[in-house]
Design a protein around this ligand. Structure first.
Ligand code: ARG
Ligand code: GLU
Length: 712
């Protein structure tokens, strides 16, 4: 019965496409979605969202850094994104004396805005379907010849579209290579920090509330894009001036109500909605639980050291948040997939697919081999995937010290080993950056714990012989004394001197450093016995997945079907509304400041409400930012399909005005990267009125509002 029900539900959801699921290509809205969006309340046209002939909404949305979204809100390049997206920038300007993480930061004038070397934002100039050009001349080619030709074609397209470096052009596959688009960006490199609330607002609830509703986080920060005198991108210079964007968002003070249309316009990073059951099985029963297990160990150590030393708390704030974020999401993902009975759901869909192709011999010859291939490939992959996860979590991103060792180990690959002198400045800079956020006793403990974990849990075949011998010969203290403490890598002074004087001789000497030897042994073993095979298998799986995707598209011809997210600009839409997280519980669509006060607990760092917020609350001094019943709104949820990368995305109302900033998803819906459940998947946004209230009333930076276009 259950199985029958699932088939029925699947059929239903494929026939009556629930468009709340989906991340759509802005350049193709007119073809598919716009009617539905308008039925749901949207008052604008596809052309207002995306156009290459005139200014449109897309000109006000940027890829912020390498994995967030931001939106322009003034003629002078003022940009909003999340606090957690600006977090590493805010942290990099912070010290125990100037603790902007704890106290917040507000530039009182443009001169005080802080530059962030390395931070870039990308404006999309245009996107085009280039499938035909990418596939030109590939007829009849197979395997490497086919891949080679595609690579050449892509290079030619990217070169032509970049106009001699004026733009950054990237060709990306959609639907696993059944379609290709070129994305042409203008890249701005002088991005300055304008303001950030204290973490007690911007990260209120911390990792405890992360991925949860009801939520009370003011997760926003403010930056400004700078350009040269011709309004073109330029490297940082004090002579640069605020950039005048082609378009920026008006901000609505009207607020939102249940069932209101909401569109989220941004850069979702990665979804995998079309995986076979074997892949889902691997994720939920092996990969997620194991990665969670490894990170639990590391987080426990970091948390303890951070709690006992304020310097360590700042040094490891960003690292901790990054590690814990996926750690928590993976747990939610497993939970959600289980609740949805995702495996049966996938298998039922596979039955439908099989029935579909079996009706026709030519379809059977195209698709009949897909499931047996998946079965074999995923069985082959499982042990390599495990080894890959262990190396990735432990060796490549587990301990701090290995990342520094890797920086120097990497030089050996360089052709220009003879020109090491040229790298001195860069290396010195990297050494300084490394030690700014490094605490030796914390990292030593992480090192020992993680090395013991990989030793105990990974099949010895996947571990180098010498490594195993060393691990067996020493106890924890001995391991530290023989390897970690005997190395120069944990000595800031020595490392700086080595970097400054880097030449062939220094480099050769470093090759005998105990940590370098230890690391290179692991790295070499990984390269010879794991990485290559793992990625070859993934490539083979990718080819089968491409055929599977083509089959799904053919089976569902005429229906709306969206490509998985790939960190390119997408439109997603839904409606404001709460949900039922469990039997007997209903979640409202909105939270307010009284909920912040309810969570207040001065004993707990994450729930420490700042004094000033108490004062404003006690006086009900909310200015013009109140909602119904004169309450101050904080966050709200909607049924929009979003994922990592959508952080900082504008949440837009039916009239194209900014009503919120997207920053998270609800716990019961965190499996939406793999399977979307319209009943439980909700995205979380900070209400723009709370953002304005914090800037104006809390921070006293109301002058920033003068450059915005506020609509009452
Ligand atoms: N879960 C959100 C996202 O995936 C916010 C993460 C930042 N906040 C935190 N407490 N670590 O990025
Ligand atoms: N916090 C996520 C981000 O940084 C967005 C939440 C999600 O994954 O949907 O992009």
């Amino acid at each position: 019965m259950k199985r029958f029900l699932i088939v029925f539900l699947l059929l239903l959801s494929f026939v009556v496409t629930d468009a709340r699921e989906g991340m759509w290509i802005p350049a193709l809205l007119d073809k598919y979605n716009i009617e539905e969006m308008q039925q749901m309340g949207f008052k604008l046209s596809a052309d207002d969202v995306y156009s290459i002939n005139h200014n449109s909404m897309k000109d006000a949305v940027v890829l912020f850094g390498s994995g967030c979204t931001g939106e322009l809100v003034s003629h002078d390049g003022l940009l909003l994104t999340n606090h957690h997206c600006g977090y590493s920038s805010i942290q990099s300007h912070s010290s125990v004396e100037h603790d902007y993480l704890t106290d917040g930061f507000w530039a009182a004038s443009r001169e005080q805005e802080l530059s962030n070397p390395g931070l870039k934002v990308r404006f999309l100039d245009r996107m085009n379907d280039v499938t035909d050009s990418v596939l030109a001349g590939t007829e009849g080619l197979k395997n490497e010849a086919f891949e080679g030709k595609i690579k050449d074609n892509i290079k030619t397209i990217e070169e032509a579209a970049s106009f001699n470096g004026k733009y950054e052009a990237v060709v990306k596959p959609l639907f696993y290579g059944n379609q290709y688009f070129v994305y042409v960006y203008k890249v701005f490199k002088d991005i300055r920090l304008v303001g950030a609330p204290p973490s007690s607002i911007g990260k209120f609830g911390g990792d405890t509330d992360n991925w949860m509703w009801p939520r009370h986080t003011g997760d926003f920060s403010v930056f400004r894009v700078y350009a040269d005198k011709n309004n073109e991108p330029a490297e940082y210079s004090p002579d640069n001036v605020p950039y005048h964007p082609k378009s920026f968002f008006p901000i609505s003070l009207k607020g939102i109500s249940p069932d209101d249309f909401i569109m989220v316009f941004g850069f979702p990073g990665k979804t995998e909605e079309y995986l076979p059951s074997e892949a889902v099985d691997l994720v939920m029963n092996q990969r997620d639980p194991e990665r969670v297990g490894i990170r639990t160990q590391k987080l426990e150590i970091l948390a303890r050291h951070m709690a006992s030393d304020p310097k360590v708390r700042i040094q490891y704030a960003s690292k901790y948040a990054g590690t814990s974020n996926s750690w928590k999401r993976w747990q939610g993902e497993v939970r959600g997939l289980k609740q949805m009975d995702a495996l049966s759901g996938k298998q039922s869909f596979e039955d439908l697919f099989r029935q579909w192709y079996e009706k026709d011999d030519s379809l059977t010859s195209l698709y009949g081999n897909i499931f047996p291939q998946f079965k074999k490939l995923y069985a082959d992959l499982a042990p390599y995937s495990r080894a890959y996860d262990y190396y990735n979590e432990i060796v490549f991103r587990g301990t701090d010290i290995f990342s520094l060792v890797n920086t120097f180990s990497f030089l050996a690959d360089k052709e220009n080993e003879k020109q090491l002198e040229k790298l001195r400045d860069d290396l010195t800079k990297r050494v300084r950056e490394f030690f700014k956020d490094y605490d030796r006793s914390t990292d030593e403990e992480v090192f020992v714990r993680l090395m013991r974990l990989i030793q105990a849990n990974l099949d010895p075949l996947f571990l180098p012989f010498d490594f195993q011998k060393i691990m067996r010969s020493y106890d924890d203290e001995g391991l530290l004394n023989k390897i970690y403490r005997k190395s120069v890598f944990s000595d800031e002074g020595k490392m700086e001197n080595i970097a400054k004087g880097m030449d062939e001789k220094e480099f050769r000497k470093l090759q005998h450093d105990p940590l370098m030897v230890f690391y290179n042994d692991l790295l070499g073993h990984y390269q010879r016995n794991i990485g290559g095979i793992y990625f070859d298998l993934q490539e083979e799986i990718g080819e089968v997945q491409k055929d599977y995707m083509a089959g799904i598209m053919s089976m569902r011809k005429g229906e709306l079907i969206y490509p998985d997210a790939n960190l390119t600009l997408r439109v997603a839409y839904g409606k404001v509304g709460g949900y039922k997280p469990a039997d007997g519980i209903i979640y409202r669509y909105q939270t307010t400041i009284s909920g912040i006060m309810g969570k207040d607990n001065p004993e707990i760092y994450d729930y420490h409400v700042p004094e000033k917020l108490h004062e404003l609350y006690n006086k009900k001094d909310y200015g013009i930012y109140t909602g119904r019943q004169d309450e101050l709104p904080v966050a709200f949820i909607a049924s929009v399909h979003t994922t990592g990368g959508n952080s900082g995305s504008p949440a837009i109302n039916a009239s194209g005005e900014l009503v919120g900033i997207n920053f998270d998803r609800c716990w019961e819906g965190t499996m939406s990267d793999i399977m979307f459940d319209p009943d439980h998947c909700r995205n979380i946004m900070v209400d723009i009125r709370y953002v304005l209230f914090v800037i104006d009333k809390f921070a006293g930076a109301g002058y920033l509002l003068n450059e915005m276009n506020l609509i009452d």
